[in-house]
Design a protein around this ligand. Structure first.
Ligand SMILES: [Zn+2]
Length: 339
């Protein structure tokens, strides 16, 4: 432990030196903030572990994931359980009005209904304050409410893990947010972001307009984390107009660096500060579209009608005969009545 700390400090000092040499003419952030940025760790489910890569299907979408222990890991800290992913693409027909909303497999973008997230905190989790603080932050800034579970079927359990990680969206049943002792309140806010349906900000399809990914600087095991939705054929949707460098779901400039050089830079080559303090204005704007407050009472507002024969990604929503449906693994979930 002590040895690796010394090594880290040496490495940071060295790369700081090189950064200053190389970028002497650029508009640099203060050396102190650069040092801090290099010490911010990305959220990872299994730090420094690599699993065999599998090409599987989430609904009709192909995903490349690593198999580690009993889960598939995507993007460092995003988990899929083994039954979430299939060998072959899965196609479904029109929604059925008789179908119940009882499916138990995971789905991207699957929203929590009535803006309500149920949760428990495992009694052995250390520093539970970071969870209650993170929840308070979400409640202060969004229309989402977090309610301690009594007997609800679908809920989040905050529990000790090897790193910081979460599933994406409500997946049905109990879903864990894993928090190692080192995961901060900010990391917890980030993981809750995944659990309510957010992907990483740099996975946006329009991210190349704002940033450049330096794939040569990325450790090999993490290169997949830097692909866009389109490249990964995922069903991510973008709820704000522009990539938000200040998003709590955004990777930092030095995340997963193999050589101390930045992995993500602005188009002008400069690095930026990662923040894990709280939701950004852009995060809140996006969340408010996903989980509008009670003033927007019609759940079908802005949702298009189902079109026969069209392919819908998991997480897509349609209206059908006066009801709101969401595409899930294996079919459609009826979320509620329009109007
Ligand atoms: Zn993450």
């Amino acid at each position: 432990m002590k040895k690796s700390k010394v090594f880290l400090i040496t490495l940071t000092t060295l790369s700081l030196f090189f950064s200053c040499q190389k970028e002497a003419n650029n508009d640099l952030e203060s050396p102190q903030s650069i040092t801090d940025q290099k010490l911010v760790n990305p959220e990872e489910a299994y730090p420094n572990r690599t699993g065999e890569v599998h090409s599987l299907y989430y609904g009709e979408q192909n995903v490349k994931v690593q198999a580690i222990d009993d889960t598939y890991v995507l993007g460092g800290d995003i988990l899929f359980s083994k039954e979430d992913l299939k060998q072959n693409p899965e196609q479904v027909g029109a929604p059925s009005l008789t179908e119940t909303a009882d499916r138990s497999v995971g789905r991207t973008g699957r929203r929590w209904t009535n803006n309500t997230v149920y949760y428990t905190i495992d009694r052995n989790l250390v520093n539970q304050r970071r969870v209650t603080d993170a929840i308070a932050h979400w409640e202060r800034n969004t229309a989402l409410r977090f309610v301690q579970r009594t007997n609800q079927r679908d809920y989040i359990r905050f529990v000790t893990g090897s790193g910081c990680s979460s599933f994406v969206g409500k997946r049905g049943g109990r879903q864990d947010i894993n928090l190692a002792p080192g995961c901060s309140t900010g990391n917890t806010i980030h993981e809750i972001g995944h659990a309510v349906g957010l992907w990483h900000e740099q996975s946006r399809v329009d991210r190349d307009n704002v940033v450049t990914i330096n794939f040569d600087n990325i450790v090999e095991r993490a290169r997949g984390n830097f692909l866009t939705y389109a490249q990964q054929r995922q069903d991510g949707a973008e709820y704000t107009r522009n990539l938000d460098l200040g998003s709590i779901m955004m990777y930092g400039s030095f995340f997963f660096s193999a050589n101390g050089e930045p992995t993500i830079v602005r188009k002008n080559g400069s690095t930026f500060n990662v923040q894990r303090d709280g939701l950004s204005a852009g995060d809140i704007q996006g969340i408010n579209q996903m989980y509008p407050g009670s003033s927007n009472s019609d759940i079908c507002d802005g949702v298009s009608a189902y079109v026969s024969g069209r392919s819908y990604p998991i997480g897509a929503r349609v209206t059908f005969r006066g009801f709101l449906f969401e595409r899930v693994s294996g079919g459609w979930d009826r979320l509620g009545q329009c109007g």
